[in-house]
Design a protein around this ligand. Structure first.
Ligand code: NAD
Length: 292
């Protein structure tokens, strides 16, 4: 048996096409959705992520502005920039690319963004609203995961989902999303993390196993229940002398050995990654609709 490979690129393209139609409707009604991405410093991965977000905006009919600041930008200067964007009625989404340089307190920056423009869904107001099931802007990466499962024809409701990882960006919001009532949720949830004892005992119970650990090929075949849906959030660079750039990207799942026993699986790259940008487009359109 081999798994259904969940095509994140294809599903992301569908979602981006939907966001494009929604953006066009807003434009027809006099609102051009606008996302501002703020990049502090020169981190190459962050630069690449920002580049792909700006390009996606162009393709979706969303106006995008990129603000770049040097790595020695002060916290106060960044806060002033956010205040200016919060007050600007033509801006609907504000995204400050993380991680920030060490001298800037990320929590202070996240809390400064107007929750109505918080297209990353990291503001405590949005985190709280999500946890009590209120409509809000939710973090892009975990929000894309139920979408890609359901759009692949796999039922989620009533399933046991095991999430490995408890970060504020992926693991915790993933739990909050899946535990809600609804067709794309309604799961029984187990969350595993670095303090979990006998991890494999828990992961083997999963109908849906979501790996957000940040350790290359951490999830082995003997940790997976045959037939499970395996979602690999990890993006890890590992050395590879056989390619010109000297590295390749691998996920948190040992794909070669897990794929033959899984029911469905996401590849890396081409799985969860493209969904994140697609959900950012959806969130920006949603913010523009809420603010217009
Ligand atoms: P993080 O480092 O903030 O969190 C990792 C989590 O894994 C922690 O909560 C920790 O408790 C858990 N963990 C670590 N070692 C463990 C172990 N031995 N056993 C059990 N749990 C363990 O990372 P993150 O921001 O949540 O990201 C996780 C991965 O997902 C990374 O590879 C990251 O690059 C990737 N990521 C991808 C996207 C995307 O768009 N595809 C978005 C965000 C993050």
């Amino acid at each position: 048996m081999s798994a259904t490979v969940i095509d994140g690129k294809k599903i992301a393209a569908e979602i981006r096409a939907e966001a494009k139609i929604e953006a066009a409707e807003l434009i027809a009604n006099g609102t051009q959705p606008c996302l501002v991405v703020v990049l502090v410093g020169e981190d190459p991965a962050s630069k690449a992520y920002v580049g792909s977000k700006v390009k996606a905006c162009e393709e979706t009919g969303i106006k995008s502005l990129k603000i770049t600041r040097p790595s020695d930008t002060s916290e106060e200067a960044l806060i002033s920039e956010i205040d200016r964007l919060n007050a600007d009625g033509s801006v609907h989404g504000i995204l400050v690319q993380l991680p920030l340089p060490k001298h800037i307190n990320e929590d202070r920056i996240t809390e400064r963004i107007d929750p109505a423009k918080d297209v990353d869904g990291f503001h405590p107001v949005n985190v709280g609203k999500l946890s009590i099931g209120m409509d809000c802007l939710t973090p892009c990466t975990p929000t894309g995961i139920p979408e890609m499962i359901v759009r692949s024809g796999i039922e989620i409701s009533g399933k046991h989902a095991v999430v490995i990882g408890r970060s504020n960006i992926v693991g915790k919001p993933m739990m909050s999303l899946l535990v809600q009532k609804g067709e794309k949720a309604n799961c029984t949830i187990t969350c595993c993390h670095s303090g979990t004892k006998d991890l494999a005992h828990h992961t083997k119970q999963a109908d849906i196993l979501i790996a957000a650990i940040g350790v290359p090929e951490f999830v082995k075949a003997d940790m997976v229940k045959p037939g499970a849906t395996v979602i690999d959030v990890g993006i890890n660079r590992v050395d590879d002398a056989s390619v010109a750039k000297g590295y390749k990207l691998v996920g948190d799942v040992d794909y070669a050995n897990v794929e033959p026993i899984a029911g469905a699986i996401t590849p890396v790259p081409g799985g969860v990654g493209p969904m994140t940008v697609a959900m950012l487009m959806k969130n920006t359109v949603k913010a523009a609709r809420m603010l217009s």
